[in-house]
Design a protein around this ligand. Structure first.
Ligand SMILES: Cc1ncc(COP(=O)(O)O)c(C=O)c1O
Length: 357
């Protein structure tokens, strides 16, 4: 029996999507084969891939002067590909607002001079420092930030204003609400949260910026090669692409990102309000930087953590354990998690509190 899955990623996928994929598992649209067994160069697959990409672009209202690339290697490979392709000026600016920013910085530091414009590390990344305090370099190749720090549960909700090419890791926030893509030179995201199954990474790159990418790297590491080959420079992750296409169609059917954004804000608000009004649970993230996707919280008495997780599991609420590096709890409430799941979590938390508070 399926339960409410609050995993941070790989994360819940809409049940309707899974059922549809199940019905097509053995044979996709009278083709005589599963989509997994089909050549990525076949006309049928090329049409499926085109449609998925178009639906993704429609959802995010991506302007025409951007490329959308469906790649592999996870968001982690982007931590290296970005400085390799765009770091020729020698210096790049990075915001350090959590564990993923840190990983991006560690990788970039092997390739470019990284200027860390700000950090909230000394306060356990419970905020994103105000833009006015950032120490930007004069001639940075780009400014990089992680829009939503999945582990700490913080977010920068308004993109920085800058003339420097802006790059954002949106792995855990993409498709959760509308964004103004035109503000960015590049956006990237691993799929396994709001897009679909793991194995796919989507990059959105402005043509003007893409023109500045290195053409001296090995082919697999060049954005221009992937763009020129329509993301089929080599065999793409065909099944992940197919399933993600189904998620995009599902999102369109739900009214797109305006309506998802509204639902997501409502879900997060309900959970934060409950936590804020309780004497038993704490969320330590600054109000204005609270993530709407990953709600982290601690039990005031951490000795009850194991019991909490055990009882939650028995109540059908899975994967609430916080990341091993920060402890506590984390409820990831991506698009596939409906408000009923959040209500069930709040009911459980209230009940647990009344028995142990
Ligand atoms: C914000 C963010 N960036 C990067 C990553 C790394 O993604 P991947 O495992 O796809 O390389 C994650 C993974 O959870 C993430 O949440």
């Amino acid at each position: 029996m399926r339960k409410w899955n609050f995993s941070a990623g790989p994360a819940a996928i809409p049940e309707e999507v899974l059922k549809e994929a199940q019905s097509e598992m053995l044979e996709w649209q009278s083709s005589g084969m599963s989509v997994m067994e089909m050549s990525h160069r076949s006309p049928e697959y090329i049409e499926l891939a085109r449609k998925a990409k178009q639906d993704f672009a429609d959802l995010l209202k991506i302007p025409n002067d951007y490329q959308v690339l469906f790649l592999q290697g996870g968001a982690t490979l982007q931590f290296s590909m970005i400085p390799m392709n765009f770091g020729s000026k020698g210096v790049a600016d990075y915001v350090l607002s959590g564990s993923w920013s840190k990983k991006a910085i560690d990788e970039a530091s092997k390739i470019v001079d990284v200027n860390v414009v700000c950090t909230s590390e000394s306060s356990n990344f419970n905020n994103v420092p105000k833009e006015s305090s950032w120490k930007r370099s004069e001639n940075a190749a780009y400014l990089h930030y992680v829009a939503n720090e999945t582990i700490q549960g913080n977010a920068l909700h308004v993109p920085p204003s800058t003339n420097t090419p802006l790059i954002s890791d949106m792995s855990s926030v993409i498709l959760s609400e509308p964004i103004d893509v035109s503000k960015f030179s590049m956006i990237y995201a691993g799929a396994q949260k709001n897009i679909g199954p793991a194995g796919l990474t989507i990059c959105i790159i402005k043509n003007e910026f893409l023109k500045t990418a290195s053409i001296e790297l090995p082919g697999m590491l060049q954005y221009s090669k992937h763009a020129a080959a329509d993301s089929m420079f080599n065999t793409p992750p065909t099944f992940a692409w197919y399933l993600s296409g189904k998620v995009f169609a599902w999102l369109k059917g739900k009214g797109g990102l305006d309506s998802m954004g509204e639902i997501n804000r409502q879900k997060a608000k309900k959970l934060y309000d409950f936590i804020d009004h309780s004497e038993f649970y704490i969320n330590s993230i600054n109000q204005e930087n609270r993530s709407i996707m990953n709600v982290t919280f601690l039990l005031k008495n951490s000795e009850l953590d194991v019991k909490f997780l055990h009882e939650a599991k028995n109540a059908g609420l899975l994967n609430l354990k916080g990341h091993r590096s920060v402890g506590g709890m984390r409820a990831s409430i991506y698009n596939a998690i409906p408000i009923e799941a959040v209500d069930a979590l709040i009911n459980f938390m209230g009940d647990f509190q009344s028995r142990h508070g």
